[in-house]
Design a protein around this ligand. Structure first.
Ligand code: HEM
Length: 619
């Protein structure tokens, strides 16, 4: 399990004199005081002591190794946001530091990644800089929790967040420019009091201002410092929402129903606070964030989570798995391999020996269930697990059926050899047995009362079985190629591309009849119509059955294919029965007419010629 720190900062070793560059005072600059140490100054004012980990990748990597951190996602510091300056200066400053971040990451052996910053006072410029940075290699953006008087529900900021969703950029919201500073001149109170309140304000503004309702679910937003005081005071917010119409804001749901729309980091520095945070937000919504390498950060990164009483699987989520989702790391193979190499080493240095768990990836597997209902509905876990097991078996079916296609193609090339035909039949037998289990498996889901399903069904829209990529792949692979079904996969370009590939590849149906052609059992006239081709194929099958002693192995293949076809129709039927049992004749979440649509699919067969041959046999 990779350990990923999503909230830490950097300063380059040096940067241009910004005050001179823009002709305005009080920009941050760096004063190196002794080897490996420096002060960040703002104009004449001291701002912060920093040390070489801020700019030296080697130092960072050493300290990451010391703390067992596989990857850091670094961002600049809010003093550089410059949202209160002319937008062109803020843009130029953002570009300087965004490029500097990537230079630092380039020396990070694949273990350093970055979030950019943008001139958020100018939405167009912010969107452009985000796109430029994403193309250059940033994983997302760090933004402040407000731009002057504008909170995160400001229409311009919502437009920018929409752009982040479109670009697939992760968003880290960091408090800055704290209010009430005239009353907090001392004792770092803007950091200890102002920042948590600013962050809470950011979250509450997004919820009550309706920003989450306007944004797609694909937006990935995280609030720093455990979300500030939000989680602890959620009850107060909820109470106000329920009892004071004026406190309701513009949101469609109660505040507690938005907890699955954002993440928070773990920088709360108290095990009880961490536990409360996880209880409130859910184990899948809290991520390791350290504020490293600043004095207010966690001094041994990850220590709070590791030493907590949280269950091991929750710790794994917090230490890295949630961050993988937040950062969408699986989309980037390069990052993935970098992190797995180092991360698996760091995750369990002692575990070089293969165990049951490590071989089967049991901890990872058990982390893949993320119920959406709040509070969690008891039966949603069953719903998820049943679907996941279907998908696992679909994967095995694709694996075996691909091998069947290859064997049939080889059998066609080498008609004398029996081995490939035997192997095809053997694997088809496995496919029929798996499908038999898949038909049976619906009964488990039928232990869920319709009312229980309805209690969380609303959370699932618009997800639908229509979007099962593997189910459609199976249909395409077997020969039922309906290009129209691709439209359900537009939101997932990789699935779409994979299905397009399947559309072009020879199907099982093609491979079987090609083999019969190669054996001389099937001849099709060049100009034959579809109907004539179909009849020729059916008669070829007929000829196999009519001469059983010579074709036992091919007949075995035919029987397995027929049985597979039969079982898939059985699957369709049992699925319809389940659907009617649970939602009657209501529409599906995918927008179809529900069971009446599904009934139309009962006529679909992969190998209609095998069935036609039976009619011909009885003539
Ligand atoms: C409560 C349980 C379930 C209900 C109410 C349900 C409902 C539906 C409905 C109404 C459709 C039609 C498409 C739509 O409008 O969304 C559909 C399609 C589909 N469902 Fe389910 N389903 C359930 C469980 C399952 C399970 C366990 C699987 C296992 C993989 C599954 C796989 C599929 C597939 C692959 C399709 C597409 C079928 C096709 O296009 O021929 N469903 N489902």
């Amino acid at each position: 399990m990779p350990v990923i720190d999503i909230h830490n900062h950097f300063f380059p070793r040096a940067w241009p004199d910004l005050a001179a560059r823009y002709g305005t005072p009080n920009w941050p600059w760096i004063k190196h005081t002794e080897p490996g140490k420096a002060d960040v100054m703002i104009g004449d004012r001291f701002f912060r002591h920093i040390y070489s980990a801020c700019w030296d990748p080697q130092k960072r990597l050493e300290e990451m190794d010391r703390d067992g951190v596989a990857m850091q996602v670094l961002s600049a510091t809010p003093v550089l946001f410059a949202y209160d300056r002319p937008a062109e200066h803020a843009l130029d400053c953002a570009q300087l530091f965004n490029d500097a971040a990537l230079e630092l990451c380039a020396q990070g052996k694949g273990r350093l990644r970055a979030l950019c910053q943008v001139p958020l006072q100018d939405v167009d410029a912010a969107c452009k800089e985000l796109s430029r940075s994403m193309r250059a290699g940033h994983l997302g953006v760090q933004i402040g929790n407000h731009v002057g008087e504008k909170n995160l529900d400001d229409p311009g900021i919502v437009t920018f967040l929409q752009h982040c969703a479109d670009e697939g950029a992760a968003v880290l919201v960091h408090p800055w420019d704290m209010f009430g500073q005239s009353r907090m001149p001392k004792y770092m109170m803007p950091w200890t009091v102002g920042m948590p309140a600013e962050t809470q304000l950011g979250i509450v503004a997004m919820i009550l201002g309706g920003a989450f309702d306007k944004l797609p679910r694909s937006i990935r937003v995280c609030f720093a410092h455990g979300g500030g005081s939000f989680a602890f005071l959620l009850g107060r917010l909820q109470n106000a929402w329920q009892h004071h119409p004026v406190a309701r804001g513009l949101c469609e749901l109660a505040p507690k129903d938005y907890l699955n729309r954002f993440y928070v980091d773990s920088a709360v520095f108290d095990p009880r606070a961490l536990k409360y945070l996880v209880d409130t937000m859910g184990a899948e919504r809290v991520m390791l964030g350290s504020d490293y390498p600043f004095p207010l950060g966690e001094h041994r990164v990850g220590e709070l989570i590791r030493s907590s009483d949280l269950p091991q699987h929750t710790k794994s989520r917090l230490l890295g798995e949630n961050a993988e989702e937040f950062l969408n790391l699986s989309r980037n193979a390069a990052i993935e391999s970098a992190q797995t190499d180092k991360a698996s080493e760091l995750a369990s240095p002692e575990s070089h020996q293969l165990t049951y768990s490590s071989y089967l990836r049991v901890p990872e597997l058990l982390q893949l269930q993320h119920p959406q209902s709040r509070p969690q509905h008891h039966d949603e876990l069953l719903f998820i697990i049943v679907h996941q097991t279907y998908e696992l078996w679909f994967k095995e079916l694709l694996h075996d059926l691909d091998a069947v296609v290859a064997n049939l193609q080889d059998a066609g090339k080498n008609p004398e050899s029996r081995d490939e035909v035997y192997e095809a039949a053997r694997l088809l037998r496995r496919c029929t047995e798996i499908t038999r289990v898949l038909v049976e498996q619906f009964t488990i889901l039928e232990t869920m009362l319709p009312t229980h399903f309805l209690a969380f069904r609303g959370k699932l829209e618009p997800a639908s079985g229509f979007q099962s990529e593997q189910f459609r792949e199976l249909e395409f692979l077997c020969g039922l190629k309906d290009e129209k079904m691709l439209r359900y996969h537009r939101p997932t370009p990789e699935a779409h591309a994979q299905l397009e590939r399947r559309l072009k590849e020879p199907s099982l149906h093609d491979a079987f009849f090609e083999a019969l052609c190669s054996m001389g059992k099937l001849q099709i006239e060049k100009n034959a119509s579809e109907r004539e081709r179909f009849d020729a194929r059916a008669r070829a099958v007929l000829s196999l059955y009519r001469d059983e002693p010579s074709h036992r192995d091919w007949i075995d293949v035919c029987e397995r294919l027929t049985e597979f076809d039969e079982l898939v129709v059985g699957w369709r039927l049992r699925h319809i029965q389940l659907v009617e049992r649970v939602i009657g004749t209501r529409m599906g979440t995918g927008g179809s007419a529900g069971s009446s649509y599904l009934k139309l699919t009962l006529d679909k067969k992969f190998f209609p010629e095998l069935w036609e041959a039976r009619t011909l046999l009885t003539e």
